[in-house]
Design a protein around this ligand. Structure first.
Ligand code: 2AM
Length: 487
């Protein structure tokens, strides 16, 4: 019955990501139908398909025509705004869909929405995937990192397409079946949290080099280019080196210095930190990067605080910290501090994923997650190969910090790391991400913490009891009575 003219797959929601992903799929040889609520975007996509090489894209102008233009079992990707628009889009299409057909949501959706939609779809016999897509506009067009979770059958139906569309690295395409339920969205969310951490750590490295080291934008561009040839090789380090080179078209100097220091955000970093708190997992580096975005938003208050504290006698300490600084050594120290801080940040993100995987029985494969992040996505980095290998060596690794290879790297870098953080603290340059990572490391690695005192306090004021190091059982002590009696 089905004619050859039917498309292999469909994509609805032709904003930037949707258009680029549709053209990528078509370019890999899979005929695709496209649809958008505002139909001018369908025409825009068709124009691009023609210009970019006569790609097999079929424009559809109604939900019904769109659904009926697909081969069965139908696979239909939606890339509309997360939340209610996804529900509205599903409602518009599902009317024409049949049992066995599949909906793939490629948006940055809250994982519980996906889990609700999976059961709603099941009631109609439809299959459902929540697929994280990372890589921005460029990634969507030329190869993103894809994190599909939900129905395995739905994944299997389009595995060939995803395998060709995803970014390719030496150990395969940057896609894998993540797990059941909303696992694909959850993994993408944590990926974004890790991305917040990476960006924060890079901005701190920049701050220290610029304000303590006195480096110019030109020098910074060269340093980041150089770093991108070594252990820090990554998309974010590479684009950072480009940023320092761009001149301001409206005046002297480089554009970076004219950008308002207020960071925007869309919410996935906040969700990551909220989930970490829910699951009692420490993610201080990611939390610090989120807090820093909040503080950056208080531009007026910060300007006022700078003024009030200057008037109150606060002296900038940068001058004394930076006088007589050995630039070359500072650059090398900051590189090491950045790398060590990154390891701790990834350890936190991976441990959050592990806690969720246990809670939801997702059975996440952390080595595979690190592998599919090696290409296409914003956090892509050579370093992820080391993470992949760490989890291959030991899938039950308690923390990246105790992987023998990473442990060695942390120890080698800790002196430099402490120098950078110490210098920044004494210069009054805040490095919340690096400090959070270092404190995480120093807390995690210590066999004995001052938590004994907190337990004693809790027992004193709330009779919460405590355990002892030398004998089993729960104890309670009449602290105040004993203390005052002995005086
Ligand atoms: P539009 O072009 O018709 O606005 C990103 O905003 C994408 O989500 C766009 O393709 C947009 O379609 C789509 N979108 C947003 N809200 C939607 C809704 N309620 N129903 C369908 N598509 C929606």
């Amino acid at each position: 019955m089905e004619s050859a003219a039917l498309s292999r797959i469909g994509l609805a929601g032709l904003a930037v990501m949707g258009q680029n992903l549709a053209l990528n799929i078509a370019e890999k040889g899979f005929p695709i139908s496209v649809y958008n609520r505002t139909t001018s975007k369908v025409d825009e996509t068709l124009d691009r398909a023609a210009v970019e090489g006569n790609l097999p894209v079929s424009g559809q102008y109604s939900p019904r025509d769109f659904v009926l233009s697909l081969q069965r079992p139908r696979s239909l990707i939606i890339l509309v705004k997360a939340g209610a628009p996804v529900d509205q889009t599903i409602a518009a299409f599902s009317e024409y869909m049949e049992p066995g057909d599949c909906i793939i949501d490629g948006g940055n959706e809250w994982y519980q929405n996906t889990e609700r939609r999976i059961s709603e779809a099941e009631q109609k016999g439809l299959l459902y995937l929540g697929m994280g897509v990372s890589g921005g506009e460029e990634g969507a067009r030329n190869g993103p990192s894809l994190m599909p979770g939900g129905s395995f059958q739905a994944y299997d139906n389009i595995k060939d397409i995803l395998g060709k569309v995803a970014a390719q690295v030496e150990d395969g395409p940057c896609v894998t079946y993540i797990g059941e339920g909303g696992s694909g969205n959850f993994v993408k969310m944590v990926h974004n949290g890790i991305e917040y951490g990476d960006m924060q750590l890079i901005s701190e490295a920049y701050d220290v080099l610029k304000n303590v080291g006195g480096l110019s934008n030109e020098e910074l561009a060269e340093i980041f280019t150089e770093w991108n040839r070594g252990e820090l090789e990554s998309f974010l380090v590479e684009i950072t080196s480009d940023i320092f080179r761009v001149k301001d078209e409206f005046g002297d100097g480089e554009l970076v210095d004219k950008i308002l220091d207020k960071t925007g955000m869309k919410g996935t970093g906040k969700w990551t930190v909220q989930q970490a708190a829910e699951l009692s997992v420490a993610t201080p580096t990611i939390a610090a990067s989120l807090d820093c975005r909040y503080l950056s938003g208080l531009k007026d208050e910060r300007e006022n605080a700078a003024k009030v504290l200057r008037e109150a006698g606060l002296k900038e300490e940068i001058g004394s910290a930076s006088s007589g600084i050995d630039k070359k050594r500072l650059v090398d120290d900051v590189r090491q501090a950045l790398y060590a801080s990154k390891i701790c940040s990834y350890a936190q993100g991976m441990n959050l994923l592990r806690a969720k995987s246990l809670e939801k029985s997702w059975n996440l494969n952390f080595g595979e997650l690190a592998r599919i992040w090696k290409g296409g996505c914003i956090i892509r980095a050579v370093f992820l190969d080391r993470i992949k290998k760490a989890y291959q060596r030991n899938p039950d690794l308690a923390s990246l910090v105790v992987d023998p290879e990473f442990a060695k790297e942390m120890v080698q870098r800790q002196a430099a790391w402490r120098r950078v953080v110490g210098l920044a603290v004494s210069a009054g340059i805040s490095t919340p991400g690096m400090c959070a990572s270092l404190a995480y490391f120093d807390t995690y690695r210590r066999a004995r913490l001052p938590a004994n005192l907190v337990q004693a306090q809790r027992d004193l004021f709330g009779a919460h009891t405590y355990e002892r190091t030398d004998r089993s059982g729960a104890y309670h002590t009449e602290w105040t009575k004993l203390a005052r009696k002995s005086n």
